[in-house]
Write a protein that binds this ligand. Sequence first.
Ligand SMILES: [Zn+2]
Length: 271
Amino acid sequence: MRVWLKALLLIASVQAIVSLPAAAEVMLDGKLTQGSLVRGQAPAGAKVFFNGQPVKVAKSGQFVIGIGRDAALQHQLTIIASDGSRQQLPLTFSRREYDIQRITGVAQKYVTPPAEVTERIQNDQRKVAAVRTTLSDKMAIFADPLLPAQGRISGVYGSQRIFNGEPRNPHYGLDIAAPVGAPVLAPWDGEVLLAEDLYYSGLTLIIDHGMGVTSTLMHLHRLDVTVGQLIRQGEKVAEVGATGRVTGPHLDWRINWLQERLDPQLLLSEP
Ligand SMILES: [Zn+2]
């Protein structure tokens, strides 16, 4: 279900439509909760600031914001219309509870990597962070996503990971269990920014969907696309695999808004 909401209200999720007195109309589409990507519509020609930082706005007035897993709950959206009038919209997001996931049987080189791969891991992280600075004019992100693989959901966003008894970083993706070789489809139209083998995430694709939003598809068996390639939503881009830090074959799908790690599941249509 998709409902457009006027943004002046302090509402934790998109469940209502409310009228506002005359002011530049701003609408937000998405749940106001931690880990959420929120798509917005401001008047054409408006400037948008999120917590005082300028946000990329399309000619149409569409924009994207998002907050991370553990982000503060109070945020400020500022809209400056083309006539110079300014609107301050305080946004209150809701706090989420995250699961603890205990995973055993992970190869120890992925729990505590040997010193000789430290440089490789840092290099991987630099490359990933660099491509996630991409801020293109593509508008694919304003469409509904397509689930990139079929299978049981075997891991969710935000869960605290304990590998072989040792606490590690939280999980930031949506895991879909599927056999090696199962097709991986592009969740939206996009352009391939990265297509290579990384230490933790194995064979990895990062795809730009526009406005700073990227998908990362991890642990792949093979890649069907190369860097710079333009792809269509639903196109087969790879095959499910079990490469990198995994205990079995699955697709790990991540969504970023620039460096913010967001929850793909919040964008999928409710049943
Ligand atoms: Zn995962």
